[in-house]
Design a protein around this ligand. Sequence first.
Ligand SMILES: [Fe+2]
Length: 247
Amino acid sequence: MGLLKDLFGKKSTEPFDLSAIQIDMHSHLIPNIDDGAQSMDETIGMLLRFVELGYKKVITTPHVMSDYYKNTPDIIRSGLEKVRDEVERLNIPIEIDAAAEYFYDEFLIDKVNKKELLTFGDNYVLFEFSFSAAPNNMYDLIFAMLQNNYKPVLAHYERYLYFAEDGVKKVQDLKNRGVLIQMNLNSLSGHYGKMVKKQAEMLVDNELVDFVGTDCHRMDHLNLLSSALHLEYFHKLKNLNLLNSKI
Ligand SMILES: [Fe+2]
């Protein structure tokens, strides 16, 4: 009995190997253009940590918000070039690309219809809602994205607690309408609170997750993630048909 307990105990404390994810598609690593990295040193430090964790590529996604972060494709691309130059100069074995995380506000549909969005992989667009209030007319936005051949990926679904009472139904409805679901890995660590953790576990249990992301803004996020990888739910990620490695 003791032996079995030891064996199982050992198994459950083994950290999940993030190298299986291969590509991270949600982070804030371009210095000084949003609330993520605030210097090139910070950016490089985080990229080295991504390498240690087993990632081979990161697609970083600066915030685009009409009020706070007026990032254009040009601003993002020129920031990316500077990071790439530094990665090359220092010989860091990781590939870096950029898209954006679009906040749903009244100006976003216009950008969609003008086809001005930065995408990753197969025309995927990462977008987010407010945390405080359920979005109005979100189906118009989703419809406009699909009409323009974008593949919408909703960032950290589990953090929109106003959807929580609808359980699986709401997320299933969004998926039926063509929205892909991204979950933050640190939601499973409990970083955003118990309710968010519960929602994340619901997504994993029902195999509703299409992409996972670190949503890394600073080194703390990667350190926390690294320390939580022994948790059971990280091991359950193996049951999901994640698209991360296919982009
Ligand atoms: Fe983000």
